[in-house]
Design a binder for this molecule. Structure first.
Ligand code: ZN
Length: 183
């Protein structure tokens, strides 16, 4: 009797696991290690990139004005990244963005920018600090500087919604940086 119960529970667990792992989700996920193998050189990486354009707000004098930004990003996430920027543009905050970076070749084993799986937003005002030392950018003053990204503001929210995690773990904070893997 005990054996039957065990077998039945295992079967039930397998069934449950099967329903939970939806195939749509699995295909939408990007494998970083696989992408790294595909993008071993600049030329190879470039072939996987797609050019996307979107509207952003910027500041001119005292006014918010619309500008268009164009970046290269990995094909697999291009649609989602574009949607995230469109959602930020539609937001009532009219969050200003003057600089955006996407794909940038820095060597295959380096940053996710080399794979087109990361974006940088307003790098000057959203610095990267490591153990208190500024590694890139100039400052981060959310609430004071309009280009600095607040932790719970529209940029963080929409990027997260579309699968781009902010790199804010451990001793290293990279406020400009949103990526598939969060690093
Ligand atoms: Zn970055």
């Amino acid at each position: 009797m005990k054996k039957i119960t065990v077998v039945l529970s295992i079967l039930l667990l397998c069934l449950l696991a099967g329903t939970m792992a939806s195939p749509r989700k699995a295909s939408a996920r990007v494998s970083i290690s696989k992408t790294r193998r595909q993008c071993s050189t600049y030329q190879k990486a470039r072939k996987h990139m797609k050019r996307i354009s979107f509207k952003v707000w910027d500041i001119k004098g005292r006014k918010k004005v619309t500008k268009t930004k164009t970046i290269l990003i990995h094909k697999a996430i291009a649609k989602k990244v574009k949607k995230a920027f469109q959602a930020i543009y539609r937001g009532k905050e009219k969050f200003p963005i003057h600089t955006v970076g996407g794909f940038e070749w820095r060597g295959s084993n380096q940053s996710l920018h080399s794979l087109g799986l990361a974006v940088d937003i307003n790098p000057d005002e959203n610095y990267m600090v490591d153990r208190g030392k500024v590694m890139a950018g100039r400052l981060w003053k959310p609430g004071k500087n309009p280009y600095s990204i607040p932790k719970r503001g529209i940029v963080a929210k929409k990027m997260k919604k579309y699968g781009m995690k902010q790199c804010l773990w451990g001793k290293r904070k990279d406020y400009m940086h949103f990526s598939v893997g969060g690093y």
